[in-house]
Every structure is written in structure tokens, then in C-alpha cells.
Ligand binder design. Structure first.
Ligand code: IMP
Length: 177
């Protein structure tokens, strides 16, 4: 399968993704019974995962979507990431952050700092994929769908240059020697 200049091969088929999401749902329903959690899903990549996951949740809960906007700071040339779309009052609430993939952990590290300041009662992370070898920030991941090698993946919400989010399976890049 080709997207733009890169070739990809099937890595995690849709059936395995769906089975794993069912298992995660069972665990979360148990862990969060009586806690009325708010699932905060990070756009764009996690939108498909969040949509499937939430339908495996059978306890009272809420879901909302947030986005991180990156832009260049004129003075330093460094990047600032601004949290957009957080409409919920998360003070004293049990938060589950729903991510598509944790690579270096930089994105989550940033979000966690902001949420702690907002006074959440608890914050746990649920990610479909985790590139273990790449994890540079020390972040506790409470729920991980699949541990994967440090290879670029697309599909099931994840993109390559904006393409491939619509694919039902997850594909990984074929590296040319
Ligand atoms: P981190 O901040 O380095 O943990 O990167 C997390 C974000 O980078 C994810 O939410 C994705 O948007 C993107 N990302 C990291 N690895 C991949 C990949 O293999 N495929 C597609 N997007 C990725």
C-alpha cells in the first residue's frame, strides 16, 4: 500500500484493534464504576479510537475533544503548544486522556502539566499505541492498547502528511535499505 512517497504494510488488522478495544472497555468499566469519568480525546488522531472505545463503556461518563495548536513563537523560534477546546470544568473530576499514540511523550507531558493546574481529582492516560523505545518523557501510561516498535504507522485515525486516517487497519512503513 502506498501513500505519497512511502510504502506501508499491514501491521495491526482491524479485528485485532476491535478485540483489544473490547478488553480495554471491560477494564475501564470496572476501574471507573461510580467515578463518572470524563474521557478527553486528543484531536485529530484519536477521533476514531475514541468513537469505538466509548461504545464499549457502559458506566456513566462524558466525552469531550481537545486539540493542541502548535505555532512558532516569533521571538525565540521555539514552538508553543496551546490547548484548545477544553469546555469542561475538570476541577475534582476523574480524567481519562484518550490518545492515539505516545511517541516521545512530549504532547502528553505538556497536557498533563496544564491539567494538574486545573485541579483534576485524577488523571490517567489511555493510549492505543505506545512506541516504548521512543519514550523520552517519564509518563505513566495506565492503559496501553499495543506496544509497538519505533516505526512510523498510519491508519485508524493516524495520518501520514494528512493522508490515511480513514484506513480500518493500522499499517507500518516499509523501510528501504
Ligand atoms: P509525542 O508528542 O512525541 O508523544 O507524539 C505524539 C503525536 O505524534 C501523536 O499524537 C501523533 O499525532 C504523532 N505521531 C507520533 N508517531 C506517529 C506515527 O507513527 N504515525 C502517525 N503519527 C504519529
Amino acid at each position: 500500500m502506498q501513500i505519497l512517497d512511502q510504502h506501508f504494510e499491514i501491521f495491526i488488522p482491524a479485528s485485532s484493534i476491535q478485540q483489544r478495544i473490547k478488553d480495554l472497555g471491560v477494564q475501564i468499566n470496572k476501574d471507573y464504576r461510580g467515578k463518572n469519568p470524563i474521557f478527553l480525546s486528543i484531536l485529530n488522531g484519536a477521533f476514531i479510537f475514541a468513537a469505538d472505545l466509548i461504545r464499549e463503556i457502559h458506566i456513566p461518563s462524558e466525552i469531550s475533544f481537545i486539540k493542541l495548536k502548535s505555532y512558532k513563537r516569533m521571538e525565540s523560534g521555539g514552538k508553543i503548544r496551546e490547548l484548545l477546546g477544553l469546555e469542561h470544568d475538570i476541577f475534582n473530576r476523574n480524567i481519562v486522556i484518550v490518545e492515539d499514540i505516545v511517541d516521545t511523550g512530549k504532547t502528553l507531558n505538556h497536557i498533563l502539566e496544564e491539567f494538574k493546574e486545573l485541579g483534576a481529582r485524577s488523571i490517567e492516560i489511555l493510549t492505543l499505541l505506545h512506541k516504548k523505545e521512543a519514550n523520552r518523557y517519564p509518563i505513566d501510561l495506565r492503559y496501553v492498547g499495543f506496544e509497538i516498535p519505533d516505526k512510523f504507522v498510519v491508519g485508524y485515525g493516524l495520518d501520514y502528511e494528512g493522508q490515511g486516517r480513514n484506513l480500518k487497519d493500522i499499517y507500518k512503513v516499509i523501510s528501504v535499505a
